[in-house]
Design a protein around this ligand. Structure first.
Ligand code: NAD
Ligand code: UD1
Length: 309
């Protein structure tokens, strides 16, 4: 049994990860400021430290005695990063650097390994899909720039300070517990609830923009496998399916699943929105022998069932 810190563990992905770690018999501490996370997401057996991931004292307190860190706390919305540029930067880069810094100093003699959330947003609008990890990053948002910054700091963490890290470039993650009520949440969570309730949905732009939607249960399997493998170095992997879905296709599938039609409100495209985002999953598959196996229909079914509860 090991003891892990999950930053952002009251959020969507972090709470699923915390559940799975506890299910495997590990002890879990969560550090979360509850800005978008919810207390009801916290597994009963996890210890919660309420605090800011960019505050070194809070991170030191939460990291005391742990064997590894999953760093997921961030402002996860690309849109939000446009509105709250400096504040997002402080959390998204400042938080990661603080975590790496404490990971190198908290234990005598050995650093604590850190698995962290990067993003497909580092690629920007690159039409050469599916995107492999060796594509030159060209982020178009403050959010994407900050996630790239985390990867660069992770390299420093390993090369200069001996902190082993693995960064996963999550593509568009979806599933139960992704907040359906916030306009800053993922499109699937917003659409699933609205279609199921017969409410209208907003399409930004023409709806032909494409995403690689990956189910949260698959993301958790990769995160756990990477910690089990004991990170060495500063690796970066895509976490994706390689399968494209447009926003209009997504809406069709959801309407089919719910047996309802939603009224469509057309809005202007978000400035800086990515047109096509599809990842190449080969490198992560080779490293961990895993695939993102949950099909869109299965994953949407689970999401809709949760959204109508
Ligand atoms: P989320 O908003 O549900 O979870 C983020 C958690 O971090 C929340 O619980 C929030 O309260 C906490 N948090 C935010 N700022 C904090 C701070 N300053 N100090 C402490 N805690 C703080 O989002 P999510 O979708 O679960 O995202 C988890 C991670 O995955 C993030 O790093 C995000 O950037 C990354 N990511 C998500 C997706 C996706 O599609 N959901 C895709 C790529 C990357
Ligand atoms: C998402 C993630 C981000 C991650 C990135 C990786 C969230 C909130 N954001 O950003 O953390 O790093 O994937 O690829 O999970 N849309 C609509 N109507 C809506 C909502 C959205 O048309 O009501 C459109 C958006 O304009 C966009 C697409 O759906 O074109 C996806 O938007 P969104 O779910 O916010 O995700 P990303 O911006 O891709």
């Amino acid at each position: 049994m090991a003891h892990y810190l999950v930053t952002g563990g009251c959020g969507f992905i972090g709470s699923h990860l915390a559940d799975a770690l506890l299910g495997d018999g590990h002890a879990v501490t969560i550090l979360d400021d509850l800005s978008t996370g919810r207390l009801e997401n916290k597994p009963a057996r996890a210890e919660l430290v309420v605090g800011d991931v960019a505050d070194a004292d809070a991170v030191r307190h939460a990291m005391d005695g742990v064997d590894g860190v999953f760093h997921l706390a961030a402002v996860a919305s690309v849109q939000r990063s446009k509105e709250l540029w400096a504040e997002t930067h402080r959390t998204n880069v400042g938080g990661a650097v603080t975590v790496f810094e404490v990971a190198r100093t908290i234990r005598d003699g050995a650093s604590v390994p850190v698995i962290y959330a990067s993003s497909a947003a580092v690629y920007g609008d690159n039409p050469n899909t599916p995107l492999g990890e060796d594509c030159v990053p060209q982020p178009r948002s403050a959010y994407g720039v900050d996630k790239l910054g985390c990867e660069l700091h992770a390299r420093v963490a390993w090369e200069i300070h001996n902190v082993p890290t693995v960064g996963f470039r999550f593509f568009n993650v979806y599933g139960p517990r992704q907040d359906p009520l916030s306009p800053y949440s993922g499109v699937i969570s917003i659409f699933a609830r609205r279609v199921a309730r017969g409410e209208e949905v907003e399409i930004h732009g023409d709806g032909e923009q494409v995403r690689d939607f990956v189910y949260v249960g698959d993301v958790v399997r990769f995160l756990m496998a990477s910690m089990r493998k004991r990170p060495q170095g500063a690796a970066v992997y895509n976490l994706c399916t390689g399968r494209p879905t447009s926003i209009l296709m997504l809406l069709d599938v959801l309407q089919e699943l719910c047996g309802k039609k939603a009224r469509r409100l057309h809005r202007t495209a978000r400035p800086g929105d990515i047109r096509v985002s599809i990842g190449d999953p080969a490198k992560a598959r080779a490293a961990y022998g895993l695939t993102c196996r949950t099909g869109l229909l299965e994953g949407l079914g689970a999401t809709v069932s949760w959204a109508v509860l």
